[in-house]
Design a protein around this ligand. Structure first.
Ligand code: TRP
Length: 438
């Protein structure tokens, strides 16, 4: 094993914030609002909440406990359960290679908005402005390269100190700014309509697809299903803290930030008459519109996008870190070499993904452009699959009683039930339902 695997976090709050930094990111502030919008509002929210506190929570706890016990990267951790399970590490690397490129394309958009925020007031139509930008062949690529190379640089030089300190400043700032922005948005005329859309469930909208999308969102948002918490848990010093002490705040914070994001974006969408189905472009149209029309909006916008960038960066770094730790541990690459190799792969894939909004928009797989297909494949297929395999490995091969995550017996029993039965059964059910097998 490499030196990095042997390292440990500086403090309990350090691990918690790094884990929260991985969880809280574009998934909450960008993906959650547009997914909720596309899937009927309140109904989606309800399933998302249920999934978060059952399947999501159990898997986060299981991953963290496995990492803390084995002190190893995902491949080593699953290999410890049974050598036959080592392939799950490969799946983690593959999933990261799918998520990181398109995640970074969005990271690039944020960078571009930071640069352009002071010219917001000259924009007449925010929708066209966004689609012109994202479909142009050169600009988004440049910002994407800068974003990805920046994230890679942090991992290249080691992240422990950087990430811990970075997260300690970023997370509270993000929270406060989001609260202020939400307060402002809630004062808008049609804010109430947005809130109704967000909270009122409409069960006629409940389809297999809604279920699958909500589950996919949970996996994506709390970073579960590809070994992040195994990796981060492996750096926790023995016996300093219990799994539930560490992980409760992470899940709580992740859900809370998503709710705040919904309470900010929906009132704005309804007040500014932005089409609700704008998809991935949603917050890039609504938020700039608010910033352009409120006093000191541009300054406010600048801060908001910087914070968004910080939240995204801590998540990208976690995605890279899993792969780098894996490559270092399993093929004995040096950290630097691993970063360079994997980043190069992501640069190539990301270029194609970015171009799928412009030059390559005609190239579709299953009716979706490359960007949407990557997002679908990662969130709705690969992450649930990773989660399912984790449940099988821990629930059926290792035995969930070997991972003690709660001191309280009743809670521990519910955790065991969740990992052995509830989580894998729901994942299978939802996957089958979504492809109309049942
Ligand atoms: N959870 C992050 C977000 O909400 C994205 C992310 C980071 C992620 N690392 C991950 C998603 C690992 C799945 C797996 O933006």
């Amino acid at each position: 094993m490499t030196e990095t695997t042997r390292a440990s976090w500086g403090s309990k709050i350090g691990v918690m914030l790094a884990a929260a930094g991985s969880a809280v990111g574009l998934g909450n502030l960008w993906r959650f609002p547009f997914c909720t919008a596309q899937n009927g509002g309140g109904t989606f929210l309800l399933i998302y909440l249920i999934c978060s506190f059952t399947i999501g929570l159990a898997l986060v706890f299981a991953e963290a406990a496995l990492g803390m016990k084995t002190k190893s990267d995902p491949t080593g951790a699953f290999g410890w359960i049974s050598p036959r399970l080592k392939f799950i590490g490969g799946l983690c690397v593959f999933t990261s290679a799918i998520i990181l490129p398109y995640y970074s394309v969005v990271g690039g958009w944020i960078l571009a908005y930071i640069v352009k925020v002071f010219s917001l007031s000259s924009i007449v139509n925010f929708e066209t402005a966004f689609s012109d930008f994202s479909s142009s062949p050169v600009q988004p690529l440049i910002f994407f390269y800068i974003y990805l190379l920046g994230s890679a640089a942090v991992v290249y030089f080691g992240i422990q100190n950087g990430i811990e300190k970075f997260s300690k400043i970023m997370m509270p700032m993000l929270f406060i700014l989001l609260l202020i922005l939400m307060g402002r948005v809630l004062m808008l005329d049609k804010a109430w309509e947005g809130i109704k859309f967000f909270f009122a469930p409409d069960f006629s909208k409940l389809t297999g697809e809604t279920l699958m999308n909500a589950m996919g969102q949970v996996f994506f948002s709390i970073s579960v299903g590809m070994g992040i918490y195994i990796t981060y848990g492996s750096y926790v010093k023995e016996n300093t803290v219990t799994v539930s002490q560490l992980m409760w705040p992470v899940i709580f914070l992740d859900v809370l930030i998503s709710l705040l994001a919904g309470l900010t974006v929906f009132p704005a969408v309804f007040s500014f008459n932005v089409p609700i189905n704008a998809g991935p472009a949603l917050i890039f149209i609504t938020l700039p519109q608010i910033f352009a029309s409120i006093p000191f909006g541009q300054f406010f916008g600048l801060i908001f996008f910087i914070i968004l960038l910080g939240a995204a960066a801590t998540s990208s770094i976690s995605l890279l870190e899993v792969v780098v730790t894996c490559l270092c541990d399993q093929i004995k690459m040096t950290r630097q070499k691993a970063v360079i190799c994997f980043t190069s792969v992501c640069l190539i894939i990301g270029t194609l993904v970015s171009l799928s909004f412009g030059r390559l928009s005609g190239f579709k797989i299953g009716g979706k452009i490359l960007f949407d297909q990557f997002d679908f494949l990662a969130s709705n297929v690969l992450l649930p699959l990773g989660g399912f395999l984790t449940c099988v490995a821990i629930g059926w091969i290792l035995g969930p009683e070997k991972l003690v995550v709660f001191q309280n017996r009743a809670l521990q029993k519910s955790f065991e039930f969740c990992i052995k039965w509830l989580a894998p059964a729901s994942i299978l059910l939802i996957l089958f339902k979504s492809i109309n097998l049942i």
